[in-house]
Design a binder for this molecule. Structure first.
Ligand code: GLN
Length: 505
């Protein structure tokens, strides 16, 4: 007999199979996850909002449809959590900001519609750094999420709610977004899997924009196959998103099942993984590469000299686009509105200024100021224009690297999870977390983080990043699944089985 606790430990693929044979109902499965959340989320704080009623209603509908013999999606009845940056009709969407506190969107993001159509109960909205700016969730206006491996540490960011929700078995699957690494870095530091699809591979309609030329939504899960299954649900063309690729979703599920790297060439990026990377992160990376070689892959070193300038270019392009995107939070149409103190009949401008001052946190303000400066006349060419040129060079480096390699590999993040509070007062130290993940966003290519082990010095998870050419997302899954299976053999099971048990209340 399967207990409630066992249910939440299964992979999404296993849950789907128990549902299809009716050994478990969608209501039971959803309730098991809600119970787990009631027991542990006081400590982990993955959620900003849990939708018990809505999730159970969706689960009941799936059970009824199954009983009636309807043809259902493979993931029907498998619950999912959604980052609070995606609009959800009837459910709060705050983007981790006071500015949107209490806002209930009147429409669903396209990917949320797809989840609902697949019959996946939406458990709730996950915590994030305010407007997805950050690498730790400490910039959330609602307090940080915690890493299930060590509650005093960060679960990565900006999607630390989505990484910790799957790592703490509160949901088998979650939606994240990745503008500079916010799916991959959280996956790396929590021992989970996350993919940033090719830019345009998943609709961004209903994703509250941070930096429109970089933003990409994607799947978070505990296994490579589960990540692929979710990717297949949310991917594909959407006429409502002008950047959406008009092509079918790459064959990610098939690739995850095949998991055969023999004959593939892996490019080790010379610029990523050297100085500044924690020794334990590097050691696990080298071992993982060796395991792939043992399975028949070839290795070459690739030189991407422009990657050295990726971080600098990103921190001009992102603030520039963010300052423009966030201009819409003007306290007039929706969102927080406060009157300036001591003014009887304030002007619209005074209300806007007072509301933005009260509503935005320090990191958001920092980026608005940076971006506005970089875009201002006289500086535009020197900063924003220059950064765009670097972006071109980075894309060229990728193109050249892919002439000799099928995929590129690096550590996902330079360090394991740091302590909450450790980097909060040092923006540059925080930004450096993204040094390996940013190039993919600048070039629009897909990337994945897969667990590579535990660092010797602190026993915390490390991640290996796989990058593929645009629209060849399936290669991530082939390599990711091959590595996962080799490492599971070595560890005798998944990495998360080694995580300490969370105290249930
Ligand atoms: N840490 C990066 C930043 O703060 C990542 C952002 C993201 O991917 N949403 O910009």
């Amino acid at each position: 007999m399967t207990t409630t606790r066992d249910l939440t430990r299964l992979s999404a693929a296993e849950m789907a199979s128990l549902l299809s044979t009716r050994e478990v109902s969608a209501v039971e499965l959803t309730q098991a996850h809600l119970d787990r959340t009631a027991a542990v989320d006081g400590a982990v704080h993955s959620y900003l909002h849990v939708d018990q009623v809505g999730a159970l209603a969706q689960a009941e509908a799936v059970d009824r449809a199954r009983a009636a013999g309807e043809d259902l999606h493979v993931l029907a009845g498998v619950p999912v959590a959604v980052k609070d940056v995606m609009t959800t009709r009837g459910l709060p969407t705050t983007c981790g900001s006071r500015v949107l506190e209490g806002w209930i969107p009147p429409y669903d993001a396209t990917l949320v519609t797809k989840l609902r159509e697949a019959g996946m109960p939406i458990l709730g909205k996950t915590n994030m750094d305010e407007f997805a700016m950050g690498s730790s969730t400490e910039h959330s206006a609602y307090g940080p999420s915690h890493n299930p491996w060590d509650l005093e540490r960060i679960p990565g960011g900006s999607g630390g709610g989505s990484s910790s929700v799957v790592a703490s078995f509160q949901a088998p699957l979650a939606i994240g977004t990745d503008t500079g690494g916010s799916i991959r870095q959280p996956a790396a530091v929590t021992g989970t899997v996350g993919t940033k699809p090719t830019y345009g591979g998943v609709s961004r309609y209903g994703l509250v924009a941070l930096a429109s030329s970089l933003d990409q939504a994607g799947p978070c899960a505990r296994t490579v196959l589960d990540t692929a299954l979710l990717h297949a649900v949310i991917g594909g063309h959407d006429p409502r998103d002008s950047t959406s690729i008009d092509a079918p979703v790459p064959p990610v599920v098939e690739a995850a099942r095949r998991a055969d790297v023999s004959g593939m060439t892996l490019g080790i990026v010379k610029q990523l993984g050297g100085e500044g990377y924690q020794p334990g992160v590097r050691a696990r990376f080298d071992e993982a590469v060796q395991l792939l070689v043992d399975r028949g892959a070839k290795v070459v070193e690739v030189d991407c000299p422009s990657f050295d300038y990726a971080l600098a270019a990103y921190y001009l392009i992102l603030p520039s686009e963010a300052s423009s995107n966030l201009a819409k939070f003007d306290a007039m149409r929706y969102g927080l509105r406060v009157g300036p103190s001591g003014v009887d009949a304030p002007s619209a401008e005074q209300v806007m200024a007072a509301s933005r001052e009260a509503g935005f946190g320090d990191e958001v303000k920092r980026r608005i100021i940076l971006g506005t400066y970089a875009l201002s006349s006289g500086y535009y060419d020197a900063y924003y224009g220059q950064a765009q040129k670097v972006r071109r060079l980075i894309a060229d480096d990728f193109a050249k690297a892919y002439e000799t390699a099928d995929v590129l590999l690096s550590p996902t993040a330079p360090t394991t999870a740091f302590k909450i509070g450790e980097k909060l007062d040092d923006p540059l130290a925080m930004y450096l977390n993204d040094v390996a993940t940013i190039p993919a966003n600048l070039a629009g290519v897909p990337g994945m983080s897969v667990p590579s082990g535990l660092a010797d010095e602190d026993g915390l998870p490390t991640g290996l990043q796989i990058l593929a050419p645009a629209t060849a997302d399936e290669r991530l899954y082939t390599v990711g699944a091959a590595l996962e299976s080799a490492l599971h053999e070595r560890w005798g099971g998944p990495l998360l089985a080694k995580a300490p048990e969370l105290k249930e209340s």
